[in-house]
Design a binder for this molecule. Structure first.
Ligand code: F6P
Length: 571
């Protein structure tokens, strides 16, 4: 079946899912995932997969001398080379047809219009409103949300400027030297990653630290060398009820009050970022020191909201706005570029291709930039919390794989640890390699070597080194099996001019919309995270039991024994 022959079904898959999600259809378990995997677009891809799965990148490049430039696209300052993927031009056409059949364009437009596409929480998904230009109107429940977004940005900028120039002082009148963001998950991973990535743009006289883990060592280490008089805490939590964050915040408050000798110090040393004004007030932070965001911003999509306050203090409001402009560049590209030239769509569809047709279970993120050391951790939450789902929009179990396992490390370091498995292991792992043309460090020869490594790794993974080549190089026959690299291991290369705030914004939005694309194809709700709730409930119960000194009877024998052992052995 060709791309042409599947065009007639456009919208059929998504209509079926949405009808069912709205309660307009029978939800028999037998129907699980049927619309997707029995659709002509999916079947066309299955047939096509059977025909092309044996093709090698070697053969594909030999047959198509232009492949290296033809299978590449540009947008929002990013260059995406997807030529070293195990696809033909027909594969890409069929994947785009699948995206159309799943209603990708309509779903994308619904998101940008503010429709409640997070159906399990009945909410719009409007992180794109966080970077919408002044003057654009996006109504939610009849009220524009872009105006308030800009108002909060203005408040954040005024506050960040005061801290940066020293007019915001601590309780004793000292200047703030360290900002500690207390938050976890989406209330930390984004600003942490971006602070690291944009360190050259940061004010070196103000340190920004992050405390996420409830392990007391995290807070102790973050505060050990600090003077409370010079320390500002940002308590960052969408709900303001997250156990880890609130426990850390209460201990930080106690450290601050003990150090400064007065409860009154809290007003100068604590601000809040949240959607929950009541809980913020209960904690004792004045409404004037609260920076709001809204329930239509998912935690893992929130770095461009007030959640980015610590980042804004580090890099300043102007560079923060530059980052938002980069997000906007990619939003516009996602909305307007044809699917076949659309970077997030291509990235998302390649992920579907490997996940669902090749059955590859994981994906590696390998930034060739020291500043992007925390990007893999950030993308782990973005992708796995969004797309690690087992039912479709209608609540039916899916009969196909959803989100891949995402992991990674900065490229060159990882070459000396796990790349062996990438090159010669029995599992094939598609890799995203991210690099930049310009160094920020000034040591040009370091940068040339860094980029040479990125390019070499992609080449080695794709083309390997066969027995004949090794024999021709004089490698003894007995050694050849060990040294052979079979190649044919896919990579996607993302190249940009330099790691600037604008480019970082575009890069984050690239992955956000790639995640969206995958979620639309799988017909899942990429914006809820019910799976994390059960563990939280059980942790509360066990914490209560530990506090009262005995395991409850409701546990299995293993958990009961472990609680008993902990109680017996703790200090
Ligand atoms: O437990 C998962 C989660 O809900 C994430 O989705 C979220 O980013 C994180 O916890 C933190 O939540 P909050 O910002 O409400 O403290």
């Amino acid at each position: 079946m060709t791309a042409e022959s599947v065009r007639g079904e456009r919208g059929a898959i998504v209509d079926d899912r949405l009808d069912r999600a709205r309660g307009n259809g029978a939800q028999g378990p037998g129907a699980a995932g049927a619309a997707l995997t029995q659709s002509p677009a999916w079947r066309a891809l299955e047939d096509h997969f059977a025909a092309v799965k044996g093709l090698t990148l070697h053969a594909l490049f030999e047959a198509d001398p232009d492949r290296g430039t033809a299978l590449a696209a540009e947008g929002a300052g990013l260059y995406l080379d997807y030529s070293k993927n195990r696809v033909t031009r027909e594969t890409l056409g069929l994947l785009c047809e699948l995206a159309r059949a799943c209603g990708l364009e309509a779903r994308r437009d619904a998101m940008f219009r503010g429709e409640p596409i997070n159906i399990t929480e009945d909410r719009p998904v409007l992180h794109v409103a966080l970077r919408a230009p002044h003057g654009v109107k996006i109504p939610v429940d009849g009220r524009d949300v872009v105006g308030p977004v800009h108002e909060v940005l203005r408040q954040m900028a005024a506050f960040a400027d005061k801290v940066r120039c020293g007019t915001w002082t601590g309780y004793t009148g000292k200047r703030i030297r360290t900002v500690i963001n207390i938050g976890i998950g989406g209330s930390y991973l984004g600003p942490d990653m971006a602070c690291e990535a944009l360190r050259p743009f940061a004010d070196p006289t103000i340190a920004v630290r992050f405390v996420a883990n409830i392990d007391g060592e995290a807070l102790r280490d973050a505060t050990a060398d600090l003077d409370p008089a010079e320390t500002l805490f940002i308590v960052c939590s969408k709900t303001f009820t997250t156990e880890e964050t609130m426990t850390n915040a209460r201990s930080a408050r106690a450290w601050c009050v003990a150090g400064l000798g007065s409860e009154a110090a809290v007003a100068s040393h604590f601000v809040a970022v949240s959607t929950n004004a009541a809980e913020v007030a209960r904690f004792g932070i004045d409404a004037a020191h609260m920076f709001v965001f809204w329930d239509w911003v998912g935690g893992r999509y929130s770095v461009g909201s007030a959640v980015g306050l610590s980042l804004m203090i580090a890099i300043g409001p102007t560079q923060f706005r530059e980052m938002l402009a980069g997000f906007r560049d990619m939003d516009e590209h996602f909305q307007t570029a044809p699917l076949a030239r659309n970077l997030p769509v291509l990235l998302g569809l390649l992920a579907v291709w490997y996940n669902n047709f090749f059955g590859m279970e994981t994906q590696a993120i390998l930034p060739y930039a020291h500043g992007l050391a925390r990007l893999p951790a950030y993308l782990e939450q973005l992708q796995m919390e969004s797309n690690g789902k087992h039912v479709d929009l209608a609540g039916r179990p899916v009969s196909y794989q959803t989100g891949a396992i995402v992991w990674g490390e900065p490229g060159v370091d990882a070459q000396h640890s796990f790349y062996q498995l990438l090159h010669q292991g029995t599992k094939i792992i598609p890799c995203d390699l991210i690099g930049f043309c310009r160094s920020r460090a000034g040591l040009a020869h370091h940068h040339d070597l860094l980029v040479a490594n990125l390019l070499a790794q992609a080449e080695a993974l794709a083309f390997g080194r066969g027995a004949a080549e090794l024999a021709a190089e004089g490698v003894p026959a007995a050694q050849i099996p060990y040294r052979t690299c079979e190649g044919n291991r896919p990579t996607t290369i993302i190249l940009a001019q330099a790691l600037t705030p604008r480019v970082l914004g575009a890069l984050i939005a690239l992955y956000e919309h790639s995640v969206f694309t995958q979620g639309v194809v799988w017909g899942i709700d990429s914006f809820d995270q019910w799976g994390v709730e059960l563990g939280k409930v059980l942790a509360r119960r066990i914490a209560f039991e530990i506090g009262s000194g005995a395991a409850g009877s409701a546990h299995d024998s293993s958990t009961r024994a472990l609680i008993g052992r902990y109680l017996a052995h703790r200090a």
